[in-house]
Design a binder for this molecule. Sequence first.
Ligand code: MN
Length: 179
Amino acid sequence: MDIALHMASMLKTLRQEKGWSLSQAAAYTGVSKAMLGQIERQESSPSIAILWKIATGFNVHFSLFLPTENHQQRPVFSGPAPQMTVEPLFPYDKQLRFDHFSIHLAAGASSQSSAHDGGVIEHVVVIEGRLSLQVGDEWYNLRAGEGKRFAGDIAHGYYNPQDKSVHFHSLIHYPAPKA
Ligand code: MN
């Protein structure tokens, strides 16, 4: 399935389930009503940062927005500017509660992430190249084979300081739903 179509129908379904208007969804996600409307009408390709805000606002896992019916052809998601691509390595599993992404960040590129929900733990492992990871006020320079685990509930960012692309994995563990 086409990624824009999948995102549009997923967003509409989530809003219906919650019974939220576009304005309410904007308030819960921090994404403008105009942008949400454009995504639902498939008029806009949201950035990864915006998609994360939507996932956090609706309290769902990120990969929900990536179609994964056909595992032979895993979707590669990149926002409007293809500086970063995110590819799920495994379909989401309700029992295991994690997403595992293979991510490529272009030379010199950066990507900022707003805080995820409380209890979300992120594990970043560099496969090839170098990654500068910012978590709150802390910076970590990771080389191939090195990793960092951090609580994802504060703003964080990924920077590629080099002149070739960096490849890393991000494993994101979601907390169990509150009873
Ligand atoms: Mn993150």
